[in-house]
Design a protein around this ligand. Structure first.
Ligand SMILES: [Zn+2]
Length: 442
């Protein structure tokens, strides 16, 4: 029993020590004379002031007074809007080409360093929050949150959960399964994926991610374009395996998102209780209707053909997906499906700088106001599905009193000229995340 008393003492002692440090008043920033895009409206507000205290928006209205020592930003009538949100990134796998990831001497530390550099440039493009849709990310996220790295807020999924031969099974062509004569695969060792078959292994994989702080679970429900061995049309995981993942996630207060393109995989996922479909570019009208009826989110992309460095096999596999998105975006909008937007860049660090420009592709189907709402307010509603498992409590995607202070000051009016957001280096004068100023170029 002695050790128990000792443990209790240690636990009790910790808060007492912490209280000795004197709390200093939260930092304030007064942003004067801006017109606000609030994340939802189709027009800007009249000229106003926005007071940020600590990490939240304290007040909005003309004539705000800040306390002594507050930072002052003169808006000169420019536009203040919520930070951009991308709900489908792979912070680690978009930071490095495939060849580098396959280097035998690649360490987790090297990968994290590369990803941290890429995360900083992402924040400097105005992306203040992202959902990481799979890959080693927990160390990176902790480094960003503690201030060691500069990057967006991260909703991490951790390792993807995939069946054997599924979209997350990245073994080499002749590498046998660890269940038979093989060993744990490289992608599993890197924290990229769990190859899990059957209810029991799926439960363990999901719970392992949750233990590390996953805010939602990413599961592979159908064939993919960036994997070599699973044809695009296949369905992955039985209904019972998928239900097991949903049960474990929901018992933890969060949800499952699945990678899936075609109706058969998506219908099974919906039956299993999955809340978010990633991709869905090959869906038919009936299945989109089902998503609308059940309130299931469709998290879609605006993919382009890919860089010249993309492998030919991958390029061919992507073709029907890219063609499908031209049909699915407008149809899903028309049917009232809950839509979210993400980029899903993978293994092509040379295209990361085009993250903002990819938003402009939505102009084929949406007005500028709808687009800005999608990449701020709507995407934030999707992040909020993580509920109490969200790593950052508070409202995002809006400029409102009480909301978290993730803000961009734009040189001009993006509702009138959406192209402004595609050149963040030139047009984003201020970038603030969590009340902290990361860029200020008056
Ligand atoms: Zn992805």
């Amino acid at each position: 029993m002695l050790w128990q008393s000792a443990m209790a003492l240690m636990v009790l002692a910790a808060p007492a020590l912490a209280q000795e440090a004197k709390p200093h008043p939260p930092q304030e920033t007064l942003i004067r004379n801006v017109r606000v895009f609030d994340g939802r409206s189709d027009r800007l507000s009249g000229p106003t002031d926005v007071l940020v205290r600590g990490n939240a928006i304290a007040a909005i209205g003309t004539g705000q007074q800040a306390s002594a020592g507050a930072a002052l930003i003169e808006g000169h009538g420019r536009t203040l809007m919520p930070g951009l949100i991308d709900v489908h990134v792979h912070l680690t796998f978009s930071a490095m080409p495939l060849l580098a990831l396959f280097q035998p001497d690649l360490t987790p530390e090297t990968a994290e360093g590369e990803a941290a550099r890429a995360a900083e440039t992402m924040l400097m493009r105005g992306f203040t929050a992202v959902r990481d849709a799979g890959g080693p990310v927990f160390g990176l996220k902790a480094g960003i949150d503690s201030g060691n790295y500069r990057g967006p807020r991260v909703w991490p999924s951790g390792a993807t959960v995939s069946q054997t031969a599924g979209h997350g099974d990245f073994r080499t062509p002749n590498e046998p399964s660890r269940r038979f004569t093989g060993q744990l695969s490289r992608a599993e060792r890197l924290g990229a994926t769990f190859i899990a078959d059957g209810r029991d292994e799926v439960l363990t994989a999901v719970r392992e991610n949750l233990r590390f702080g996953a805010s939602q679970i990413k599961l592979m429900a159908g064939g993919g374009t960036s994997s070599e061995y699973d044809p695009l049309d296949v369905t992955q995981y039985t209904l019972d395996e998928m239900r097991a993942a949903v049960e474990a996630a929901e018992d933890w207060g969060t949800y499952v998102m699945v990678h899936a393109y075609h109706p058969r995989a998506v219908r099974r996922a919906v039956d299993a209780g999955v809340k978010v479909i990633e991709h869905g570019q090959m869906l038919d009208e009936d299945t989109l209707r089902l998503l609308a009826e059940r309130g299931v989110w469709l998290s879609l992309q605006t993919l382009m053909a890919g860089s010249p460095n993309m492998a030919e096999a991958r390029r061919i596999k992507r073709r029907p997906v890219i063609e499908g998105q031209e049909r699915v975006w407008p149809l899903a909008k028309q049917l009232g499906v809950k839509l979210a937007w993400g980029t899903d860049f993978l293994f092509e660090p040379e295209i990361n700088a085009a993250q903002n420009a990819y938003i402009l592709r939505l102009r084929a189907w949406f007005t500028p106001a709808e687009i800005l709402k999608l990449v701020t307010y709507d995407n934030a509603q999707l992040l909020a599905l993580s509920g109490a498992r969200s790593p950052y409590q508070g409202r995002l995607g809006v400029v409102e009193e009480g909301a978290l202070a993730d803000l961009i000051l734009v040189n001009g009016d993006p509702l009138a000229n959406l192209e402004l957001i595609a050149d963040p280096a030139k047009n984003f004068a201020v970038i603030m995340k969590d009340g902290r100023i990361f860029k200020n170029q008056p």
